[in-house]
Ligand binder design. Structure first.
Ligand code: F0G
Length: 460
């Protein structure tokens, strides 16, 4: 009895340096919303109480990361910090070439400048918005081939991020010459932070081998994905997460990475691959757009912080806390009857706005309505992942997205359980007012990635 494990899973750290939060009134928040054109990306961050807009670059660095920053060597070429970084990356992702970039989309831009082009088609389980935009900017088309369960908000499939292998095979059988590479996003962010199984990755590899196609990972949340594999996939429960990560990378030919997620950085990313010739072409573009290949748009100190972050993110105590604390929020919302995407993903809880505000049609942007209400009610900033983000088509027309989600993304090691308890209380109030939320219309929008800068107006 005395040795039985305790059931409270605590933060495996204590707080060393604090940032103040600013309280605002509802009337002030209504003003801020008007000024921002009802676009939460346009708010000033100091007007936000709990910022769940993204888990990207918003995590708290550790003491050891701040200490590593002091080791940063800012030599233009051949900095020792570059070698510390490359060694840490290759410990988990042993690719031949590791090319630092300032963030994930820079890796995407460079990779698809080399591999994309008119008439090409890139399959992915689900392209993140910047990945899709970079594929399309090259002239290629981006297709999402996630399994059917991955498009169903309430399917309890343990690996809803999996690629539909039959659909991938069919695409390659029909258009192999047009496919420059296959991508898999781990975890599948746009599909709800859902993991991809090792078995599925092996299946993708086998298909890629038969058609002679390279496999690239979009690996931003690789450690969370590996933890889910450890927890949910048969025969994986005793493995070290680092070991699972190495097996995943062994199945791929390269990767794009935003180091602002699992590597615990506030900025950074990399592109990695085994293909010497492609690496040479990518480095040439890198020099034009990011910088010399041993710093690639980052300071030496950033490279040091990322190397340390990579060592921390694969620690089991951290991952147990991370995945459990996201589930804590999700499970509380389920208990309150707030419809959420299940199973709960790794980095975020996704409210199903279509189910919460069924009186709003997709072109009245139910996700936007819910996200604006969360801010107005409680100062919580979330992110619409629905028709605002994905509805505008390349030909300028508008189509409803497959799901209307509002993402509550949890920054790593940043908020405590009482912050999350407050979020739960605000969501309870949201559920009470959801049936009367107004829809929105767009009053101005840019031609691409409109969700960042569009302006809105409530419909009544
Ligand atoms: N791929 C995935 C799966 C992502 O989630 C992101 C960023 C990127 C690529 C691009 O990386 O921002 O460093 O250029 N996702 C952030 C988010 C922005 O909020 O989910 P980046």
């Amino acid at each position: 009895m005395d040795d039985a494990p305790f059931t409270t899973i605590i933060e495996p750290f204590r707080i060393h340096s604090v940032e103040p939060l600013t309280m605002t009134t509802r009337a002030e928040r209504q003003d801020h919303l008007r000024t921002a054109g009802y676009n939460l990306f346009q708010l000033r961050a100091q007007h936000v109480l709990i910022d769940l807009l993204t888990d990207s670059g918003t995590g708290a660095m550790s003491r050891d990361q701040w200490a590593a920053i002091q080791h940063g060597d800012e030599s233009y070429a051949g900095s020792p910090s570059y070698y510390v970084f490359v060694d840490a990356v290759r410990e988990l992702f042993p690719f031949e070439h590791v090319i630092p970039v300032h963030q994930g989309r820079a890796a995407e831009k460079i990779l698809f400048s080399a591999l994309g082009g008119a008439g090409k088609v890139v399959p992915n389980n689900t392209h993140f918005d910047t990945t899709r935009a970079n594929v399309e900017a090259s002239g290629a088309s981006a297709v999402d081939l996630v399994i059917a369960e991955g498009r169903d908000p309430v399917s309890d499939h343990p690996f809803k991020g999996n690629m539909d292998l039959a659909a991938l095979e069919a695409l390659l059988a029909a258009r192999a010459d047009d496919v420059p590479c296959v991508m898999v996003t781990i975890t599948n962010n746009s599909g709800g932070g859902q993991p991809v199984s090792l078995e599925n990755l092996r299946g993708v590899r086998e298909i890629c081998d038969r058609y002679g196609k390279p496999l690239y990972l979009d690996a931003c949340r690789f450690a969370e994905n590996a933890w889910f594999i450890r927890e949910r996939e048969e025969g994986q429960g005793d493995r070290d997460v680092s070991d699972i990560v190495r097996e995943i990378s062994g199945l791929a030919d390269g990767m794009t990475m935003s180091a602002k997620k699992d590597p615990m950085g506030n900025i950074g990313g990399w592109l990695a691959m085994n293909d010497d010739d492609l690496a040479q072409r990518c480095r040439n573009t890198l020099i034009l757009t990011e910088g010399f290949p041993t710093y690639g748009g980052l300071a030496g100190r950033d490279l040091e912080a990322l190397a340390q972050g990579l060592r921390e993110v694969v620690q089991h105590d951290y991952l147990r806390y991370r995945i459990r604390s996201t589930a804590y929020l999700g499970e509380a919302l389920v208990k309150l009857g707030v419809p959420v995407l299940t199973p709960i993903g790794g980095h975020a809880v996704y409210i199903d706005a279509r189910a919460l505000a069924p009186h709003l049609s997709p072109l009245e942007y139910p996700g936007q309505a819910v996200a604006v209400a969360l801010y107005e009610l409680g100062g919580i900033r979330s992110c619409e992942i629905g028709t605002v983000m994905f509805g505008r088509q390349a030909d300028g027309t508008e189509q409803p997205a497959s799901m209307e989600l509002v993402r509550l993304a949890i920054p790593r090691r940043t908020y405590t359980q009482s912050h999350i308890d407050y979020v739960i209380e605000v969501c309870e109030r949201l559920a009470a007012v959801a049936p009367s939320l107004p829809g929105y219309r767009i009053t101005s929008e840019p031609p691409v990635l409109r969700h960042f800068t569009a302006s809105f107006e409530p419909l009544r």
